[in-house]
Design a protein around this ligand. Structure first.
Ligand SMILES: NC(=O)c1ccc[n+]([C@@H]2O[C@H](COP(=O)([O-])OP(=O)(O)OC[C@H]3O[C@@H](n4cnc5c(N)ncnc54)[C@H](O)[C@@H]3O)[C@@H](O)[C@H]2O)c1
Length: 392
């Protein structure tokens, strides 16, 4: 069967869905692999390296000839109609926001798998792209902060005097947040963190951070995810966090609720109360933002309340894509492992009795299979025509 890897076309996207290493894995499974000319260029993989691994380089990639399409970003809404009915697509799909593409996948009869929907169970860890890409993003956030901070991260005791370590505060201690804690610790900062899940205190401590206990009940939604706080509790959380934010040299925010806009944890007043020169990195800037005033892809300078200078808010965008070589190395393995799970004797045959395959499936046989996306589509379809912009 023919597996195609397209060049990612979205501006700012530098990752690729297969590396020469995973091409070897797929060829070993008995699959024929076609790589679009230049697909790996931005992540450091030449056409020649793919050829050596056993792929054929094609230009352009004929989508209609493929049995399987591997991709990074959600497909454009016009792409599914170019695939043959019954073809398989595997990649990130952002089903809660990319409803036009979901409809197009359904209507084109494509069997699509969304990596966001891979269940977070031990057996599926090697296919968990949310984790692999959050690891890259969490690391990168700290580097972005360190490059902008007009101070050292580590403690220095020199003949000319002692420089205290920078204080780094991490809000949201999931995969990205824990990685940020570990990276900031390795750079020598004093790191503290907060999260609303009950298990997060131990997780923060295991990475060397100090957990900030707030007088708030835990908010677990099950499956390791957080629940959205009601308005009163969210306001209380901001109030309790305010002194910790004011005391930080670097604030890194990574809080998220699956399928919902990111929670607003830090108001503009809280930012203004920080010391001049402090840096805020909002990893959630693309999904609504944890910090009031953050702009995805931009730095924003906010004057401090004391009039002494500014705080820089960095709105992260395409965070994993800023380190495309290692991000692709991990992502491509996630994709290849999911495809391998469905491949038997060189033939791709998803077994929907397998919970990993079943949960990861977004569309199949002309239907949307993911219940939350079915609900989101129904809600969008119920909107008045003038409110439907972006959902069609
Ligand atoms: N295979 C596995 O077993 C596996 C793999 C990866 C992650 N996990 C678990 O899944 C969970 C979610 O990880 P994630 O990084 O994808 O989460 P995520 O991206 O959905 O959210 C990031 C973090 O933000 C936190 N958060 C949400 N609202 C908040 C608020 N108001 N204030 C502070 N923090 C808030 C969440 O609790 C979470 O820790 C974690 O428990 C992680 O350990 C399990």
């Amino acid at each position: 069967m023919r597996v195609g890897i397209a060049r990612e076309r979205r501006t700012g996207e530098r990752r690729v869905a297969a590396t020469p290493e995973t091409v070897r894995q797929l060829v070993g499974l008995g699959l024929e692999v076609l790589v679009e000319h230049g697909a790996g260029e931005a992540s450091g993989h030449s056409d020649a390296a793919y050829e050596q691994a056993g792929a054929a380089i094609v230009d352009p990639l004929g989508l209609g000839d493929l049995d399987v399409l591997l991709h990074v970003r959600p497909l454009a809404p016009e792409t599914p109609a170019r695939l043959r009915r019954g073809a398989v697509a595997i990649g990130l799909a952002s089903p809660s926001t990319e409803l036009p593409t979901v409809r197009a996948l359904r209507d084109a009869g494509v069997t699509s798998f969304a990596l966001e929907l891979v269940p977070r169970i031990s057996r599926a860890q090697s296919m968990d792209a949310l984790t692999s890409q959050a690891l890259v993003a969490g690391y990168r956030c700290v580097l972005e902060a360190a490059m902008r901070l007009p101070r050292f991260f580590p403690l220095y005791m020199t003949a000319a005097g002692t420089i205290p370590p920078a204080k780094v505060l991490v809000l949201g201690a999931g995969v990205a947040g824990l990685q940020a804690i570990g990276t900031a610790k390795r750079l020598g900062a004093r790191v503290s963190a907060n999260d609303v899940r009950a298990a997060s205190a131990d997780e923060v401590q295991s990475m060397g951070g100090t957990f900030i206990h707030l007088d708030l009940d835990a908010a677990d939604a099950g499956g390791g995810y957080a629940k959205e706080l009601g308005a009163d509790r969210a306001a209380r959380q901001r109030q309790l966090l305010a002194p910790h934010v004011a005391d930080a040299d670097v604030l890194i925010t990574t809080a998220a609720i699956p399928g919902r806009p990111a929670p607003m944890l830090v108001t503009a007043d809280m930012v203004r109360a920080m010391r001049p020169g402090s840096v805020v990195v909002d990893l959630a800037a693309e999904s609504g933002g944890n910090v009031e005033g953050s702009v995805a892809g931009s730095d924003v300078a906010v004057p401090t309340a004391d009039g002494g200078g500014t705080v820089t808010i960095v709105g992260m965008k395409d965070a994993a894509s800023t380190m495309p070589t290692d991000a692709s190395r991990l992502y491509a393995k996630n994709v290849a492992n999911l495809l391998a799970l469905m491949t038997h004797d060189g033939s791709v045959e998803p077994d929907f009795g397998d919970v990993v395959v079943m949960d990861a499936c977004l569309t199949h046989d002309g239907e949307v299979r993911h219940p939350a996306t079915v609900e989101a589509l129904a809600a969008a379809d119920a909107l008045a025509p003038d409110e439907q912009e972006g959902t069609r």
